[in-house]
Design a protein around this ligand. Structure first.
Ligand SMILES: Cc1ncc(COP(=O)(O)O)c(C=O)c1O
Length: 392
């Protein structure tokens, strides 16, 4: 999978020696830029726009997100609780499978509680009624599966055959919408406007009979709206037209677009040897710190990587025991001697939220930099106890 992000932005002039290693460094100015772009689309289109916490939930910057967007979307009880404790605005919770014991708190803190099947809505009808009797106010949503694949990687395609995500649209009948206020779908991943339009064209005839009874439509995430070449004006037109046609409030809930190109992961070369090519061990682990490198898979862009000048690249990998803990082959800007610092671009989203301590590999610390003021603050660093306390 090719990543289409990787703009260094102000990180091109960031001195990597200012932070410890490994470390995530997030640029508040880059976040403000992304949030400004999203808020502008939201305002012009007259929609509601939520930030997906699953992609980026560095809650220290929650006030910044609250200043620009309408709230957040969450994936279950713990993200919903985090949202209620730290974020402002609406909370839309969707979970592929709720547990009865989690739902009362989810209903209390969420504005939208979105289910994966009409079966779950029916099974939890009593829990929902009790929550409302207690005074909780929330809408009920149903995630549908558009059955219209647009993704290049099946693992990231909720419309792949036999997908468990969303109720297949070809099974939707009026009876399934009893007590349902809104319809949700999420089927895009790092995509342009065209796949959204195609998905909507496939869905529209199926949903049209129900427009008048629905309050809102949530078009999920996967919209790469803050990428420089995204078709934002056309998106605004499309959203305005869809809103007018359906009479529904329209929600988008991007995650990646909120933090696109807003953070780097700084690492250090620990050792280098030769095995048919130069191979280096670093204190960044693909499996512990950037699992999408292996899962997607993709090759993260490196800050200031040297162009291919015919010299041997170095294969960079982590300190774990996993043979496949390999990040990729790179030409480092400052050579590859032990002690050399380097950084991978576009690591604010879907890396910080996915880190593990497999093999006891330390977690990267988290820094907040503001490239406009040059203020730099260590928000959190992790100790042995963080590893120990997760295990028993
Ligand atoms: C239901 C839902 N909403 C929103 C998102 C955010 O998507 P992205 O970060 O690609 O914009 C996801 C991502 O998987 C999702 O599953």
């Amino acid at each position: 999978m090719e990543t289409r992000a990787g703009d260094p932005g102000a990180f091109a002039r960031f001195d990597l020696a200012r932070v410890d290693s490994p470390a995530f460094v997030v640029d508040a100015a880059a976040l403000r830029r992304n949030l400004g772009v999203l808020a502008d689309v939201r305002d012009r289109a007259g929609i509601r726009l939520l930030a997906a916490l699953k992609a980026f939930s560095m809650w220290r910057v929650a006030p910044l997100i609250g200043q620009h967007l309408d709230g957040v979307c969450t994936s279950g009880l713990w993200e919903a609780r985090l949202a209620a404790e730290h974020y402002s605005g609406e909370i839309a919770t969707y979970c592929a499978g709720y547990k009865a014991e989690d739902l009362p708190e989810i209903c209390r803190v969420s504005d939208h509680v979105i289910f994966n099947s009409p079966g779950q809505i029916a099974r939890f009808a009593d829990v929902l009624a009790e929550a409302r009797a207690r005074g909780d106010r929330f809408d009920v949503g149903l995630r549908i599966n558009p059955l219209h694949a647009t993704g290049e990687v099946p693992r990231y395609d909720p419309c792949a055959p036999h997908s468990r995500l969303g109720f297949p649209i070809d099974q939707l009948r009026e009876a399934h919408l009893a007590g349902v206020d809104g319809i949700h779908f999420h089927s895009l991943c790092e995509q342009d406007l065209e796949p959204l339009k195609r998905t909507w064209a496939a869905l529209r005839p199926r949903l049209a009979p129900f427009f008048s009874r629905l309050q809102w439509l949530n078009f999920g995430g996967g919209h790469h709206i803050t990428r420089a070449d995204y078709q934002r004006d056309e998106l605004v037109e499309f959203l305005q037209a869809t809103r007018a046609e359906t009479g529904c409030d329209i929600y988008l809930e991007p995650g990646e677009a909120v933090a696109l190109d807003a953070g780097i992961l700084v690492g250090t070369v620990l050792d280098v040897q030769h095995n048919g090519m130069p191979v280096a061990i670093t204190d960044i682990s693909a499996t512990c710190h950037m699992p999408d490198v292996i899962e997607a898979p993709y090759r993260p862009a490196m800050l200031s990587e040297r162009a291919n000048d015919g010299s041997d690249p170095v294969r960079l990998g982590g300190p774990s025991c996993l043979a496949g803990d390999v990040i990729g082959d790179y030409r480092l800007p400052d050579g590859c001697a032990p002690g050399t610092r380097f950084a991978f671009l576009d690591q604010a989203h879907y890396s910080m939220v996915k880190t593990t301590t497999f093999n006891g590999v330390p977690l990267p610390s988290i820094w907040l930099w503001d490239s406009e003021t040059d203020a730099l603050e260590c928000i959190r660093s992790f100790a042995y106890e963080d590893f120990r306390d997760r295990l028993s």
